[in-house]
Design a protein around this ligand. Sequence first.
Ligand code: PLP
Length: 398
Amino acid sequence: MSEDIHYTYLDWAATTPLCAEAKEAMEPYLVVGEQGLVKGANANSLHSYGRNAFLALEEARKLLAKSLGLKREDELIFTSSATESNNSALFGIVSACKKQATQAGKRDFVPHIITTEIEHDSVLAAARALGAKACELSFLKPDRQGFIEARLLAAALRENTVLVSIQSANNEIGSIQPLEQLVAIAHDAGAYFHTDAVQAFGKVNLNLKELGVDAASISAHKIGGPKGIGALYLKNTTPFTPYMLGGGQETNRRSGTQNVCGAAAFAAAASASLASLDTEQLRLRKLRDYLYERCLGIEAVSPVVSVEPGSQDFLPHIVNLSVQGFESETLILRLDMRGFAVSGGSACSTNSLEPSHVLSAIGLSRDAAYGSVRISMGKSTQEKDIDAFIEALAESIY
Ligand code: PLP
């Protein structure tokens, strides 16, 4: 990192810096307080330190549940990440459904799971692992804009479908799924519905009760909370066999000493995000539209999806551009040299040379997918950052 560069972080969908509210909520749990008080004790310990930590954990659970539109905080369990929440939801619900079927005398029952081609890898990998263990799997194809059509879900449902897992919004292109409609179709067929709500939570209105989902995954570090803490919503009627076994914490649904410090910070970050949600989503949507408009001035650059100005069908903070004749790795590094942090459309994180599975699924050509960059914005992003980014992008490709 150079001293003469002004740094502009445009990778908020990958992770966010810790917000002031989360930092303040965490601090008492990280240090030994006055008169030797340890607030960050084990929430399962019998002494008063432990009981106080337990109370703090439950307070955080209550606050977070409220942020999600839930009336019952006991429907929320803390996990280490959304990756864990997604894995737990898929393995836990499918294995409980299989057990129920066996108990009902259907010994040869083979559960069927439906998900989509544009899920995060943590859903896709869990689904494929289940597929390798006597489960049937279906992957729904999105349309060119990244939406899952209700008729495709209706056609894919079978008598043995136990679980449908469809993300709330996509992390690469920002398409927001018509969840209410999809949930109703799954429920009509008797299937449970899980949603990976990581990118939607704190960015757009998300009320899990109104949506009617049976399970949902969220993660703190995408909304100004710390890394290493996530949560899984499990409706009280959702069958679930614990995936993490051990000491029986989280009412036997997720063993492991709870991260009280992380939970307090997660709840504080969620409350802060929701307090400014209306103004912030409007502000970011304008910046998104401005960025799409400005990129039209660079000949080699085209948007990966067609986002109408003001559209609420796409997340307000994610923009995906394709640069003709370039590979995203080259662009990321050239932009990085100019102080800009963005992500690639190809799977750089796994050192794969394959283009992103999301961009392939929406039918983007291989060349266009190779040259894609994702710009994601957050609380500190201003119009001048977009202007500077456009200038840097233009310089990077000539
Ligand atoms: N789901 C989506 C849509 C994501 O964008 C991410 C993170 O990139 C995850 C799941 C995984 O979240 P975590 O980093 O908390 O495991």
